[in-house]
Design a binder for this molecule. Structure first.
Ligand code: 26Q
Length: 812
C-alpha cells in the first residue's frame, strides 16, 4: 500500500530519501540533493499503483498497445508526476516546512530531450493520454545517453553542444540489467533439417545487450501508471570474454565502446534520413529488444501465437521502427517454428503504421547492401514478403511492369534499397496520416497504388496534444480561470471547453482572460531575462514562431515580414509611431549538417541585432531568438503568445502540433491551409483565424505552370526592397557574401515558394495588426479559439486510434 498522503508523511519520506538515498542531512543538502529526494518521494507514492497495474496487465492478458518510437520528447517529469499523483499542494507545503521553495527544485531538473521535435513530443503526449484513459500501454524506445544537442549562439550562429542530461543521473528511471535482452547483428544465414522440415537460422556475427530502463507514466489523477521502457546498449559478457581470453584487453575495451555507441546519441536530423549504419543499428536494437521483451514478459510460453493479434498491437511511429516487421516474422518462423503463411497473417494483425511526412526526401530507405550486411536474415525475409506481395499484385492487375516497379518494396534506383514506408504499408493492418489533409494526400499522392490494392487500410487520425502538460501545467492561470468557469475536470474532457463560447461576449470574462495573458507575458519576460538577458517590452504583441528550422516551414517568410517592416520605417515610408508594437519570437534548432537552415538562424540573429538597436524604430519592433528551444521553454512561451505562426508551404507540414498548443492557450493563428491548420480553422471559424497563401492544389498548379520566383520579386515593391536590403549586407556588417546564398536560393530556386506567398502573407499581417488594435475583439477571438479546440486533446486522438486501429478495450 502507498503511504497515506499527508504533509507530515511527505516530509518524513522526503527526509528519509535525503538521508538514505542521497546520504546527506537537510542542513548540508544541495539543490540537486533536494531535487533527487523530492523526485524519489513522488516516485514512492506512485510505485505501488504501478506495480499493481503491471500485475493486473499480466494477469488479465489485456490487449496492449506497444508504441514503438525512436523518440520520446518527454519534457520535465517532476511537475508532471506531482500533478498526476495529485501531490502538488502537499509537496509544496511539505517542502516549505523544510524551508525549501519547491520552485527552485522544479528548475533543477534537466529535461530529457530524447527527441527532435513534433514526432517525439507526439509520442510523449500519446503515452500520457493512454495512461490517463487507462489503456494498457508500453512505450518502447531508446535511452540515448545524449539527447537533442544544446544550442548556443556564437557570433549569431548556431553552435551545438552535447546534451549530457545524465551527468547527475536521473531519479525517474529504474534500470534492470538482469532483464537485459541480447540483440544480434551481422553474420550469415543457413538452412538445416528439422525433423524433415527445412528451416533457416541466422548465425549472427556479433551482439550487444539491451538493458531496459523503466519509467513510470502516471495517468492524470486516476491511480493508473503505465510503463515507458527505454533500452540502453552494453557489451555482452560473451563478447567481452571471448576477446578477453584471447589476451587482447584493448580489443575487449574497444568492443565495449562499440556496443555502447549504439544508444549513445540521438540523431539530430528531423526529416532527411542519411542512411547511416549506426542509425539502422539503433532502430533494430530497440525493436528487437522490445519484441523479445513483450513476448517473454507478457505472453506465456504455451500461448497460441496465432492469436497474438488479440494480445498486442505494435504501433510504428513513422518508419524508424519498421525493421520490427521482419523481426517478428523471424521470431515466429525461425524461433517459434510457425508456418510462413500463418506467421504473416499474425504479423499483419500485429502492426499498424503512422506516417508523419509528405516530403519525398524524408521517406526512409536502406540500401540492400547495408541491410544485408547488418541483418542478413531480415533482408531474406523482406525479399520474400516482397515476392509474395508482388505476386498478389500481378494476380490482381496482370503483368503491369510499371506498376510492379512502383509498388515494389525494393527500389532499384539510384541503388538497390528497401523502401521502409512500403514495407510498413504492406505489413500494417492500418496506415494513418496525422491530419485530414495529410492523410488524403498520403492516399492520393504518395501511396495511391497501395490504397487501390488495400481498400480500407488507409485512415486518418488527427494529432492532438496533452492538455495536462500544455494547459494545466504550462498555464496555471488560464487553468484556474477555466476551472472557475467550467468546473473541475475539463483536463480529461476537453470538449467541455465549448462552455467558454458563452463567455466570449462577457466583458468581465474577457478582462480576466486579458489579465491571464498579461501575467503570462510577464512570467515569460522574467524567464527570458534570467535565461538570456532579454526583456519583453510592455504593450507588444507577442508574435511567435517556434519549431524545428526547416525550409518547408518557412521561417524565411517571417524574416521577410520583419525586414520589410523595418525597411518601411527606415526608408521613411511608414512612421514608427504608426507601427503596432510587436516582438517577433523565434525558437528553432537546425540539424547540424543542414547548412541552409543554419544560415537562416544566422540571418534571424543578425536581423535581430540590427532591428533591436535601431532607434528609428522607437522600440516598436523587436526580435527575440532565445537559444535552445525545448519543451521547458515551450511551456513558458506558448501561454504568453498572442500570435501563432504556422506558415509552411501548403502540402508540406503533415500536421503540426505546436499550432494546437497555441490555439488552446488563446493565441490566434496566422497560417496557411496546411496540416492541422485546416482543421483548426474549420473549428474556430474563418473570422478567428488569419488565413493566407496558396492552397495545396494552387501550389501544384503553380509548379505545373512553371514557378519563377523572380517574377514575384519584380511584382511586389515591398518584397524587392526587403530582399535587396538583406542582399545589401546591412545585416552582415557590409559583407554581402554572408547571406548571398539565402538570397539566391530565394530568387532562383525557392523550392518552398516563399516569394509566391509573400504578398498574401503581408496582407494577412496587416489584418493581424488591425485586429490587435481592438483588444476586446482580439480577446473575444482568442477565447473562441480555446473554446473550439477541445478536439485537439491527445485523448481524442487516442480514442480515434482505439476505434479505427487498435480496438483495445480500457483496462478494468
Ligand atoms: C530518420 C532517419 C535518420 C535520422 C533521422 C530521422 C528522423 C528523425 C525524426 C526523421 C524524422 C523525424 C521527425 C519527424 C517529425 O517530427 N515529423 C513531424 O511529426 C509531427 C507529429 O506527427 C507532425 O505534426 C509534423 O507535421 C511532422 O513534421
Amino acid at each position: 500500500m502507498a503511504p497515506p498522503v499527508t504533509v507530515d508523511g511527505f516530509v518524513a519520506q522526503f527526509l528519509r530519501n535525503l538521508n538514505f538515498d542521497r546520504g546527506v542531512a537537510l542542513s548540508a543538502s544541495s539543490i540537486t540533493d533536494q531535487y533527487f529526494a523530492l523526485a524519489y518521494t513522488v516516485r514512492d507514492y506512485l510505485v505501488a499503483r504501478w506495480l499493481e497495474d503491471q500485475r493486473r496487465l499480466r494477469e488479465t492478458q489485456a490487449k496492449t498497445v506497444c508504441y514503438l518510437s525512436a523518440e520520446y520528447l518527454l519534457g520535465r517529469q517532476l511537475d508532471n508526476d506531482l500533478l498526476a499523483g495529485g501531490l502538488d499542494e502537499i509537496a509544496t507545503e511539505a517542502l516549505a516546512a523544510c524551508g525549501i521553495d519547491i520552485a527552485d527544485l522544479r528548475d533543477a531538473e534537466v529535461e530529457p530531450g530524447l527527441g527532435n521535435g513534433g514526432l517525439g513530443r507526439l509520442a510523449a503526449c500519446f503515452i500520457d493520454s493512454l495512461a490517463t484513459m487507462s489503456v494498457p500501454n508500453i512505450g518502447y524506445g531508446i535511452r540515448y545517453e545524449y539527447g537533442i544537442f544544446r544550442q548556443t549562439f556564437v557570433d549569431a550562429q548556431q553552435v551545438e553542444q552535447p546534451d549530457a542530461w545524465l551527468t547527475m543521473g536521473s531519479p525517474w528511471e529504474f534500470p534492470h540489467p538482469e532483464a537485459a535482452q541480447t540483440v544480434s547483428f551481422g553474420g550469415h544465414t543457413e538452412t538445416y533439417d528439422d525433423d524433415g522440415v527445412t528451416r533457416t537460422r541466422w548465425v549472427p556475427g556479433w551482439g550487444v545487450q539491451a538493458v531496459p530502463y523503466n519509467l513510470m507514466v502516471p495517468g492524470f489523477q486516476n491511480g493508473r501508471v503505465n510503463t515507458l521502457r527505454l533500452w540502453s546498449s552494453v557489451a555482452t559478457d560473451s563478447f567481452d570474454l571471448r576477446v578477453f581470453n584471447s589476451g587482447d584487453y584493448e580489443e575487449a575495451v574497444r568492443a565495449q565502446t562499440f556496443a555502447e555507441n549504439i544508444s549513445k546519441v540521438l540523431y539530430p536530423e528531423d526529416s532527411t534520413p542519411q542512411g547511416k549504419e549506426l542509425r539502422l543499428q539503433q532502430q533494430y536494437f530497440f525493436v528487437a529488444a522490445s519484441i523479445a521483451d513483450f513476448l517473454s514478459q507478457m505472453v506465456p510460453d504455451d500461448a497460441d501465437l496465432t492469436a497474438l493479434g488479440d494480445r498486442v498491437i505494435f504501433q510504428l511511429n513513422d518508419t524508424h521502427p519498421v525493421i520490427a516487421v521482419p523481426e517478428l516474422m523471424r521470431v515466429l518462423v525461425d524461433e517459434k517454428k510457425m508456418e510462413w503463411d500463418a506467421a504473416w497473417a499474425v504479423t499483419q494483425q500485429c502492426f499498424a503504421y503512422t506516417c508523419h511526412t509528405l516530403l519525398p526526401e524524408a521517406l526512409e530507405v536502406w540500401s540492400v547492401d547495408l541491410l544485408g550486411r547488418l541483418l542478413p536474415r531480415h533482408l531474406e525475409i523482406i525479399y520474400r514478403i516482397n515476392a509474395e506481395f508482388l505476386l498478389a499484385v500481378r494476380e490482381r492487375f496482370g503483368d503491369d511492369e510499371m506498376r510492379i516497379r512502383d509498388m515494389s518494396i525494393i527500389a532499384e534506383y539510384p541503388e538497390r534499397s528497401v523502401r521502409m514506408a512500403y514495407l510498413a504499408t504492406v505489413a500494417g493492418a492500418k496506415v494513418n496520416g496525422v491530419a485530414e489533409l495529410h492523410s488524403q494526400l498520403l492516399r492520393d499522392k504518395v501511396l495511391p497504388a497501395f490504397d487501390e490494392f488495400f481498400p480500407g487500410k488507409f485512415t486518418n487520425v488527427t494529432n492532438g496534444v496533452t492538455p495536462r502538460r500544455f494547459m494545466r501545467l504550462a498555464n496555471p492561470q488560464l487553468s484556474g480561470l477555466l476551472t472557475d468557469t467550467l468546473g473541475a475536470g475539463w483536463e480529461t474532457d476537453l470538449d467541455r471547453l465549448r462552455g467558454l463560447e458563452a463567455f466570449a461576449d462577457d466583458a468581465d470574462f474577457r478582462a480576466q482572460f486579458a489579465e491571464v495573458k498579461a501575467a503570462n507575458k510577464r512570467r515569460l519576460s522574467e524567464v527570458l531575462h534570467a535565461r538570456d538577458g532579454f526583456d519583453v517590452s510592455d504593450g507588444h504583441m507577442l508574435d511567435v514562431m517556434v519549431k524545428r528550422l526547416h525550409e518547408y516551414k518557412r521561417q524565411m517568410l517571417k524574416v521577410l515580414h520583419v525586414v520589410s517592416t523595418y525597411e518601411s520605417v527606415v526608408s521613411g515610408r511608414v512612421a514608427a509611431s504608426d507601427l503596432q508594437p510587436r516582438t517577433a519570437v523565434f525558437g528553432a534548432k537546425a540539424a547540424p549538417g543542414y547548412q541552409m537552415a543554419k544560415r537562416i538562424i544566422h540571418l534571424i540573429n543578425a536581423v535581430g541585432s540590427v532591428v533591436n538597436d535601431d532607434p528609428r524604430l522607437e522600440g516598436r519592433l523587436k526580435v527575440l531568438f532565445p537559444p535552445n528551444y525545448n519543451v521547458t521553454l515551450a511551456e513558458r512561451v506558448i501561454p504568453a503568445a498572442d500570435l501563432s505562426e504556422q506558415i509552411s508551404l501548403a502540402g508540406k507540414e503533415a500536421s503540426g502540433t505546436g499550432n494546437m498548443k497555441f490555439a488552446l492557450n488563446g493565441a490566434l493563428t496566422i497560417g496557411t491551409d496546411d496540416g492541422a491548420n485546416v482543421e483548426i480553422r474549420q473549428l474556430v471559424g474563418d473570422e478567428n483565424f488569419f488565413l493566407f497563401g496558396m492552397s495545396e492544389p494552387e501550389v501544384e498548379a503553380l509548379w505545373a505552370r512553371g514557378y519563377k520566383p523572380s517574377s514575384f520579386y519584380q511584382a511586389d515593391d515591398d518584397l524587392r526592397r526587403a530582399i535587396d536590403l538583406i542582399a545589401s549586407g546591412v545585416f552582415s556588417g557590409g559583407d554581402r557574401s554572408v547571406f548571398e546564398p539565402l538570397v539566391s536560393n530565394l530568387l532562383y530556386d525557392d523550392r518552398f515558394m516563399v516569394l509566391a506567398d509573400f504578398t498574401s502573407y503581408m496582407a494577412a499581417q496587416r489584418r493581424v495588426d488591425a485586429a490587435y488594435a481592438d483588444q476586446d475583439a482580439w480577446n473575444r477571438a482568442a477565447i473562441l479559439n480555446i473554446a473550439r479546440c477541445g478536439f485537439f486533446s491527445s485523448d481524442r486522438s487516442m480514442r480515434d486510434y482505439i476505434d479505427r486501429i487498435w480496438h483495445t478495450p480500457p483496462m478494468v
